[in-house]
Design a protein around this ligand. Structure first.
Ligand SMILES: [Zn+2]
Length: 116
């Protein structure tokens, strides 16, 4: 899969790149379930799935991108692997979650800051 340079730059601006074996934390917005969200072609997808697409090319139909490191916010391609729904029931449940709008998350954070 090809991505234009601008989109890749936008993605990596939000990644705290560490050593290849360390977690690369997603700095962008998070979905309500803790996974990073990234706007790709006016569609929001999981940041770790986008990372997989960038580094590995494609996600076979019906496959999930799972974390070896159990860190939902990690987008290090070395920490990701493809699995089936049966490999991880939690991820299966999260495969098609309702869209959590980042604006709402930001608003909640803002409210928490104001009210301590
Ligand atoms: Zn990781």
């Amino acid at each position: 899969m090809e991505f234009d340079r601008g989109r890749l730059e936008r993605f990596f601006l939000k990644v705290v790149k560490q050593e290849p074996d360390e977690c690369w934390e997603w700095k962008g917005c998070r979905r309500g379930n803790g996974y990073g969200g990234f706007w790709n072609n006016s569609k929001q997808i999981y940041a770790h799935r986008f990372s997989w697409l960038v580094h590995h090319g494609s996600i076979p139909e019906g496959k999930l991108v799972l974390h070896k490191c159990n860190n939902k916010g990690c987008v290090n391609p070395n920490h990701l692997y493809l699995g089936d729904y049966s490999d991880n029931m939690m991820d299966a449940l999260l495969a098609n979650p309702p869209l959590h709008l980042c604006a709402r998350v930001r608003e909640e954070r803002r409210q928490r800051r104001i009210h301590g």
